[in-house]
Each structure stands twice: as C-alpha cells, then as structure tokens.
Design a protein around this ligand. Structure first.
Ligand code: DQA
Length: 147
C-alpha cells in the first residue's frame, strides 16, 4: 500500500523561493518527511511534482485509484483548477490538501480553494510541518479503514 504525494507548480523551488513564506525545507526534504511518517505505518510513497496541470491529472488517474490516500499541495492550481478538482472527485480516495502558507492571510486570489469540497480536509498555514500532520492523518485513516 502507498500514499500518493502530489506537488503542483513552482514547488520544485521549495527551499529557494520565498523562504520567509515557504520555509527552508526543499521538496526532497518534504518528501523524506512524508516517507518517514508513512514508513512508520508500513506505507510506501509515490510522489510527483509537475508544473503542468495535465501531467498531475495523468499521474492521479494512473496511481490515485489504488492509493491508500492522497496528499496534495496543488500550489496555485488549488485556486482555480477545476480539472484537478474533477479528477480528485472521480478518484474518490481519502485526500488531504496542504498549503504551507496561510493562504487566507494573503492576496484575495489565494482565498478561494476549489478542491475544498472534494478533499477530506486541509492543513493550511502550519509551514512544512503541515505535511507531517497530513501524512499522519492519512495513514491513521488507512489503518482505521483497513481494520
Ligand atoms: C502554496 C500557496 C499557493 O497560493 C501558492 O501559489 C503556492 C504555494 C502553499 O503551499 O502555501 O505555490 O500552495
């Protein structure tokens, strides 16, 4: 069993882009953090970062249906991608959306989160530590459902 971990546009720049907003952890650090949590529950991690909406949808269609859970930081796509939203609705697996920054404290265009009604929950504004909580919650949900 595995978790799918999705990162949207510009998140390949984690650790370098706006560290005062997104912190100093790199994408590799964040994936390692999620892996360490998943490992504790006997789950693998399948991760994908892309700057292209369609690549993320292709990956989710391929690997999402068999996932124990999905952790997604959609980046800016979270504010307007109905394509990603419809894809997650179609896949219908337990999904947690993570935003490193508190998007609600930022520009108005970041206040709308179009995946909100198709995810189990959101972790917003807790920095990259938010990934730890999201991964833990997904693993516990899986453990609970598998029992
Ligand atoms: C982000 C918030 C988005 O508004 C932004 O476009 C990002 C990162 C976050 O993790 O805080 O790329 O998803």
């Amino acid at each position: 069993p595995y978790l799918v971990v999705i990162h949207g546009p510009n998140l390949n720049r984690l650790g370098v882009r706006k560290p005062e907003t997104y912190g100093r952890r790199t994408l590799a650090d964040v994936i390692a953090l999620v892996k360490s949590v998943a490992d504790g529950y006997g789950l693998d991690v399948l991760d994908k970062q892309s700057n292209h909406e369609g690549d993320l949808i292709d990956f989710l269609q391929m690997h999402g249906p068999d996932a124990a859970g999905i952790l997604i930081n959609p980046g800016a796509f979270g504010h307007y991608s109905y394509g990603l939203r419809d894809c997650l609705e179609d896949i219908d697996r337990p999904t947690i959306e993570v935003h490193i920054s508190n998007v609600h404290k930022r520009e108005a265009f970041r206040h709308q989160l179009v995946l909100a009604d198709v995810v189990m929950g959101q972790v917003v504004g807790l920095g990259t530590e938010g990934y730890r909580f999201a991964a833990d919650a997904l693993c516990r949900q899986y453990q609970h459902d598998a029992a």
